[in-house]
Write a protein that binds this ligand. Structure first.
Ligand code: CTP
Length: 415
């Protein structure tokens, strides 16, 4: 691989972002700093993948650099004084500026102790060699690839490799990140990395609920979450989240159906319901607690999934009326219904769920409560009752037009 990437940067980053990056490099040089693109952006440029947000590291004061850039740079600048970082927002792209640092960990899972460092130390503290690459952006050296830890060779060999033997112990979220990158990029875990990952699985217990939650939701937000969950199960990561969580045939069917139909449009919460659908009430509670999700929408919806299991027998009924189906399902979130529909349930259950999701849930009466009072019906509970009967008749195909609704309303009100 050649080591000047100016052409690749120009080809892959949007014009305004390149300008901002060049401004950062010029300003850093004026301040006497070296500045670099680092991490995911370098990996994605080298892999020719769509770039996400951009991280710039500088071996000097990042806040000062951002301040000096502010006059010449486009984009909305936010300074995070407490963290010594700054962010430019350019359209939907984020450019983060931070100071190079070295890190040490007092104990596994603790947040790192941080001290200013140079680019070599900064790259050393990173999770995987493919994320420990940098590109210099100072004028004169713009585009120069910095690769102390063999990242570009690992990109070419499609390997995920930790930078040092204690990496998973320092930060066990890297165990979950390793699987995410492996499956996202279709790479393999390098032999020793895999061995250390298995050795350090226990370290997942040192991770806080919020960090664990973040990683699980990042898995489920990837383009192919099923592959990640399957691999995590195979490597014993899933049972560390909860012993009852495992990849099995029904889960496989559900995840591959979701991939076949509109994977990109499937919300993370639906995938979460897929993940937890087979758990019993106690296991679900324990998992939600471990992930600090109690009281959240994930909690609410996964319990709705549990409740829907109780209704399976009613759904497995070829002669259920549309209105019965409607009132059975209307209080369940569509994301949950979609998840249950993806599971290998009896075909009648799936057919009824599909009918509700695609048609029945959108059915509305043409007349509103106001219209009814204008017909002379007294405001009060009677209006609600009549609207419900009108909706029932419409769902069951007994009435079609506005005139049909009016007629029915008058009959029911006795006017
Ligand atoms: N990083 C790390 N250890 C972690 C998390 C992050 O070393 N537990 C480093 C990696 O070098 C990573 C960078 O911080 O590249 C930024 O992290 P993040 O934004 O999570 O990842 P990206 O590399 O930007 O990748 P993506 O967002 O595409 O997953």
């Amino acid at each position: 691989m050649h080591n000047n990437l100016t052409v690749e940067i120009e080809a892959r980053l949007p014009g305004p972002v390149i300008q901002l990056v060049r401004t950062a490099g010029r300003t850093a040089a004026r301040c006497g700093f070296n500045s670099y693109l680092v991490g995911g952006i370098v990996r994605d440029i080298l892999l020719n993948r769509p770039p996400a947000d951009i991280d710039i590291m500088v071996d000097g004061d990042a806040v000062r650099l951002a301040g000096e850039m502010a006059r010449q740079a486009d984009g909305k600048l936010t300074i995070h004084k407490a963290f010594g970082t700054a962010t430019f927002k350019l359209g939907n792209c984020r450019v983060d500026l931070s100071t190079c640092r070295g890190e040490t960990y007092d104990r596994p899972g603790a947040l790192p102790k941080v001290k200013p460092g140079d680019i070599r130390q900064d790259l050393f503290r990173r999770d995987f060699s493919i994320n420990a690459l940098a590109i210099c952006i100072n004028p004169g050296r713009f585009g120069l690839l910095i690769d102390y830890y063999g990242g570009s060779q690992d990109l070419a060999d499609k390997l995920i490799r930790i930078s040092h033997a204690k990496s998973f112990q320092d930060d066990a979220t890297r165990i979950m990140r390793a699987v995410r990158y492996e499956q996202r990029l279709d790479f393999k875990l390098e032999h020793n990395t895999l061995k250390l990952l298995r050795r350090d699985l226990e370290m997942l217990d040192t991770i806080s609920s919020d960090r664990l939650k973040r990683e699980v939701l990042l898995w489920l937000g990837e383009a192919g979450p099923g592959k990640i969950v399957r691999r995590a199960s195979q490597m014993g990561i899933l049972p560390k989240l909860h012993p009852a969580l495992k990849w099995n045939r029904p889960m496989q069917v559900a995840f591959s159906r979701s991939a076949a139909c509109n994977a990109a449009g499937t919300p993370v919460i639906t995938y979460f319901c897929l993940l937890v659908f087979q758990l019993g009430e106690d296991a679900l509670y324990e998992l939600l607690l471990r992930l600090n999700l109690l009281g959240s929408r994930y909690d609410l919806l996964s319990y709705q999934g549990l409740a829907l299991k109780e209704k399976q027998a009613m759904l497995d009924n070829p002669s259920i009326k549309n209105s019965e189906l409607y009132f059975l399902l209307r209080d369940t979130d569509p994301a949950v219904l979609q998840a249950v529909w993806l599971y290998p349930n009896p075909s009648m259950v799936r057919k009824n769920l599909h009918l509700f999701l695609t048609k029945l849930r959108h059915v509305k009466t043409l007349l509103t409560g106001n219209n009814l009072t204008m017909l002379g019906i007294k405001p009060g509970p009677q209006v609600g009752a009549i609207l419900k009967k009108m909706l029932t008749a419409r769902l069951d195909g007994l009435i079609k037009t506005r005139a049909d609704e009016e007629k029915l309303a008058r009959r029911l009100a006795g006017i």
